[in-house]
Design a binder for this molecule. Structure first.
Ligand SMILES: *Cc1c(COP(=O)(O)O)cnc(C)c1O
Length: 474
C-alpha cells in the first residue's frame, strides 16, 4: 500500500470549498465553521490513513470526506440539549429537568423575555420597582404569609435565610433532618456556607422537645425544621412538630424556620395521595420563615421561594447575597403565571403539568396507553408488546414512598436484547427514556403526554432498525 499516494489523493482545501454541498453549508452557516470542520476532518483522515492496513478502506474514507465535513458542521449547530420523552413514570425527574412548564405559560412568557419587560420597573410610579413585586402579593394571598421573595433554587433559599438570620450565630436542627438532597449536596454543608454554626440535636430516629430546649444558648439565632422530603424514617421515631417549637422559640425571641422542600399548596389527599403538609399549614402553625422549591410539586420554574414575617423577609431582601442569588426575568414571569393558576384549585390541577400528571385517573392513562400500543403494533416491530398496570413515582425528593397506579406499554424485543433496545431508544433524535423491568422495556404512560405519543409515532421509522438488525443477524 502506497501511503504517500493516499495522502496525495486527499482533496485540497480549495477544491473542497468548490464542492456544491460545502458551498451550501457556507451559505447556511459560515465560512469559519466550515473551515474548522474541514481541518478537523482532514486531521482525522490523515490519522486514519496512518493507521490503515487496508487500502480500500482508506480510499473509502477519502471518498467520504465531504460528507463527514457536512456532518461535523451540522453537529456543531445542533444543540446538545434536547427534548426527551420521559417514559420512566417519575413525574419530577431531576435528571430530565424536573417540573415541565406548561406550553401555554411558555407562550405567554415569550414576549416578556424576547423583548423588554417591567421586571424592575414600577409602571404606576414611573420609577424603579422590585422584581418580586410581580408575585409577592399573590404568594401572600395563597399562603397567608406577610411577605415573600424568590431566589434561584431552594438550596439558595436555605443559604440566604441562614445567612440573613443566623450568620455568626447558631442554628438548632434535629439529626433526623440532616438530609442529602441529591447530587451529593448536603443540607448541613449548604448551611455551613451561610456562616451559621449548626447545632445538631437528638438522634437519627428520635428528637424530643427537651433536646431543642437544652441546646438553646445566647448564641442561638434560629430553630430550623427540614422536611425530610426524600426519605422517611419509620418505626421507633419521634420528632417535634413546628407547633411545639413555636412557644419555645417565642420565649427566647428567635424565629422558627421551616424548609419544606417540595412545598405543596393543595391537599394531595383529595387526589388519592398521602396528605403532604402544605405551605399554608406551616404559616398557620406560626412558622416565621418557610422556604420551598419552585420546580417540585409546585410545578413551576426552578426557584427557591421564601415566605414569612415581613421583618425577616426584609432582612433577606437587604442581604448582599441576594444579589448573587437573584432570579432572572424568565423565572419571575413563569412563577407569576404558575401561582395565578392556584387562585382556582380546579384550574391549577388542569393547567399545571405536574399536578395534571399527578392527579390523572388511571383510566385516562390507560386510554393513552392503548393509543400508543396501537401505533406500535401497526408497525409490526419484531417485539412482544402489551399493556400492563404499573406504578408511577413522584420523584424529585418528594413523597418518596408514594406510588401512583398507572399503565404502561411493555416491549419485549425478539431480535435484540432489552439493553440494545433501551440504547436505541435513548439515541433517537428525540430520545425516549424508558424503565427496564424484568427483561422488558416499560413505558409508563403517566409521564407520556399526547404530544409525546405523536413524537414516538414519528420516530418509528428509526426504531425499525430492529428489523435491519434482525436481518443482519439471521
Ligand atoms: C429539594 C430540597 C432542597 C433543594 O431544593 P432545590 O430547589 O433543588 O435547590 C432543599 N431542601 C429540601 C428539604 C428539599 O427537599
Amino acid at each position: 500500500m502506497n501511503k504517500n499516494l493516499l495522502y496525495r489523493s486527499i482533496p485540497k482545501v480549495d477544491v473542497l470549498l468548490e464542492d456544491e454541498n460545502i458551498q451550501k453549508m457556507i451559505e447556511r452557516y459560515s465560512r469559519e465553521t466550515v473551515m474548522e470542520a474541514i481541518h478537523i476532518e482532514m486531521d482525522k483522515l490523515r490519522g486514519f490513513i496512518a493507521r490503515a492496513e487496508d487500502e480500500d478502506k482508506a480510499k473509502a474514507q477519502i471518498e467520504m470526506l465531504p460528507s463527514h465535513i457536512e456532518l461535523t458542521v451540522s453537529a456543531m449547530h445542533t444543540p446538545n440539549m434536547r427534548m426527551v420523552v420521559n417514559g420512566t413514570g417519575t413525574i419530577l425527574h431531576t435528571n430530565l429537568g424536573r417540573a415541565p412548564i406548561s406550553a401555554e405559560h411558555m407562550k405567554r412568557v415569550l414576549p416578556l423575555v424576547s423583548g423588554y419587560s417591567n421586571l424592575e420597573y414600577n409602571l404606576e410610579a414611573g420609577k424603579r420597582g422590585e422584581r418580586y413585586s410581580h408575585f409577592e402579593k399573590l404568594l401572600c394571598k395563597l399562603t397567608g404569609a406577610e411577605a415573600a421573595m424568590a431566589v434561584n433554587n431552594n438550596a439558595s433559599s436555605v443559604l440566604l435565610i441562614l445567612s440573613s438570620l443566623a450568620k455568626g450565630g447558631e442554628v438548632i436542627v434535629s439529626r433526623g433532618e440532616l438530609i442529602e438532597i441529591g447530587g451529593k449536596f448536603r443540607i448541613p454543608d449548604v448551611m455551613e456556607q451561610s456562616g451559621a454554626a449548626l447545632v445538631e440535636v437528638g438522634t437519627t430516629n428520635k428528637t424530643h422537645y427537651d433536646d431543642y430546649e437544652n441546646a438553646i444558648t445566647e448564641e442561638t439565632k434560629a430553630l430550623l425544621k427540614v422536611h425530610t422530603s426524600n426519605y422517611r424514617i419509620v418505626g421507633f421515631t419521634d420528632s417535634v412538630g413546628i407547633d411545639a417549637l413555636i412557644p419555645l422559640a417565642r420565649e427566647h425571641d428567635i424565629p422558627v424556620v421551616e424548609d419544606l422542600g417540595s412545598g405543596v399548596l393543595i391537599d394531595l389527599a383529595k387526589y388519592g395521595l398521602t396528605h403532604e403538609p402544605t405551605v399554608q399549614e406551616s404559616i398557620v402553625k406560626g412558622a416565621d420563615v418557610v422556604c420551598f422549591s419552585g420546580d417540585k410539586l409546585l410545578g413551576g420554574p426552578q426557584a427557591g421561594i421564601i415566605i414569612g414575617k415581613k421583618k425577616y423577609i426584609d432582612m433577606m431582601k437587604k442581604n448582599q447575597l441576594t444579589r448573587a442569588l437573584r432570579i432572572d426575568k424568565f423565572t419571575a414571569a413563569a412563577l407569576e403565571l404558575v401561582l395565578q393558576e392556584y387562585l382556582s384549585e380546579e384550574k391549577a390541577v388542569k393547567n399545571i403539568p405536574v399536578l395534571r400528571m399527578l392527579s390523572e385517573p388511571r383510566e385516562e392513562v390507560h386510554k393513552r396507553a392503548k393509543t400508543l400500543l396501537r401505533i406500535l403494533r401497526n408497525r409490526k416491530l419484531p417485539a412482544k408488546m402489551e399493556i400492563k398496570p404499573c406504578e408511577s413515582q413522584i420523584g424529585g425528593g418528594s413523597l418518596p414512598l408514594e406510588r401512583i397506579p398507572s399503565m404502561a406499554v411493555t416491549i419485549r424485543p425478539e431480535k435484540i436484547s432489552v439493553n440494545e433496545l433501551e440504547e436505541r431508544m435513548r439515541l433517537l433524535p428525540v430520545p425516549i427514556i424508558p424503565r427496564t423491568v424484568n427483561d422488558e422495556i416499560l413505558l409508563d404512560v403517566r409521564t407520556i403526554s399526547e404530544r409525546d405519543v405523536k413524537v414516538i409515532a414519528d420516530q418509528l421509522d428509526e426504531l425499525d432498525v430492529l428489523n435491519e438488525i434482525s436481518l443482519i443477524e439471521q
